[in-house]
Design a protein around this ligand. Structure first.
Ligand code: FES
Ligand SMILES: [Fe+2]
Length: 349
């Protein structure tokens, strides 16, 4: 049996083998099999004025891309010259076109090859291969996503997010650099995600969160490439205006994106693999209503993060044990984790 056989029936299934987290080979393979084929947050739309370089998943995928805004259209291009491969744009700037700083090759803002000095007599030139490759990109509010080699379209992957969040006024969400930060976790990226995907541990790990979220009515729904956990409020004071019972909506988009909606706004978490036992988690904070910031399920996220980090790091140590390989799932509390393991298996096969 392959380690990527996860029974579709949660009552029969065993969890993903510890080998997935401990074997360097799977970590390396996940780069192209999982991450290159998924949608990754690459920039904030408000940061892109005219020409803006970005790196897709720095230190892991390391794919250099370029956003080029031209009137109403936003292009995403490979940020690599088609001549000898120099990076084209190295910092945010304004220009009507792109010129390579190595030998002067020029491109239009949509990536079309325009001109090249000293190339008279070159056969079959220019050709399609001299244009900058276009990279699939899409926006969700201020969040710009790209996919190097999408396994599914942005529309398909994000359909449940768009549908279930139709009430969100994206323009009211203001990015706060002061409230955004990175955390470094000594654990495999997937361990961080699968912890996020179940509310099962809330009463054991998060005392303060448990005091405001009603554990019994906590729900998990799964979609093709995403899942949604809904935390219900113990008190109406800590709930959303659109639904008095909801304290928090936790959307997960495979493989590493968390969109956490609270009555005060949105906390975006991006889980970035660095090594098989080291992960950077970037928290981007968007505030819509400052007055609700320190209330309910969305209060003191730094503390909740710290509690999660400690427990995930303890799992990282545990899965290295010679006495652990796989476990079983709670059918009522670990649907999100089971769904996540199934997607890993599907992408890795
Ligand atoms: S590498 Fe860009 S013009 Fe030579
Ligand atoms: Fe947690």
């Amino acid at each position: 049996m392959s380690i990527f056989d996860i029974d579709p029936d949660i009552a029969r299934a065993s969890t993903l083998s510890a080998e997935f987290y401990t074997d360097e080979r799977y970590f390396a393979e996940s780069r192209d099999k999982i991450f290159a084929r998924s949608w990754q947050l690459a920039a904030r739309a408000s940061e892109v004025d005219n020409l803006a370089p970005a790196t897709v998943l720095e230190s892991f995928l390391d794919e250099p891309v370029l956003f080029a805004r031209e009137n109403e259209s936003l292009h995403c291009l490979a940020n690599v010259c088609t001549h000898r491969g120099k990076l084209l744009v190295e910092e945010n700037c304004r220009a009507g076109g792109i010129r390579c700083g190595y030998h002067g090759r020029r491109f239009a803002l949509d990536g079309r090859f325009l001109s090249m000095p000293e190339f008279d007599g070159v056969q079959d030139f220019p050709s399609e291969a001299d244009n900058l490759p276009k990279i699939p990109a899409a926006a969700l509010g201020d969040l710009l996503f790209v996919s190097v080699a999408p396994r599914a379209s942005f529309e398909e992957v994000f359909a449940p997010v768009v549908e279930r969040l139709a009430w969100v006024d994206w323009s009211s969400l203001k990015f706060s650099a002061a409230r955004s930060r990175d955390y470094f976790v000594d654990a495999h990226w997937a361990l961080y995600c699968e912890n996020y995907l179940e509310g099962f541990h809330i009463p054991f790990v998060h005392q303060s969160l448990n005091a405001v979220v009603d554990y019994d009515s906590y729900t998990t729904e799964t979609f093709r490439f995403a899942s949604l956990q809904t935390g219900r409020a113990k008190s109406g004071d800590d709930a959303f205006d659109f639904d008095e019972s909801v304290a928090a909506l936790y959307f997960f988009v495979f493989p590493n994106l968390m969109l956490n909606f609270y009555p005060w706004g949105l906390s975006v978490n991006v889980v970035k693999p660095l090594r098989k036992d080291l992960t950077k988690v970037s928290y981007l904070t968007y505030v819509a209503d400052e007055s609700k910031l320190d209330r309910g399920a969305g209060a003191d996220l730094g503390r909740v993060e710290y509690e999660d980090q400690r427990v995930v790091e303890a799992v990282q140590k545990g899965i290295n044990s010679r006495f652990y390989d796989r476990g079983r799932y709670s059918p009522s509390r670990e649907q999100g984790t089971h769904h996540f393991h199934r997607l890993i298996a599907e992408f890795m096969k």
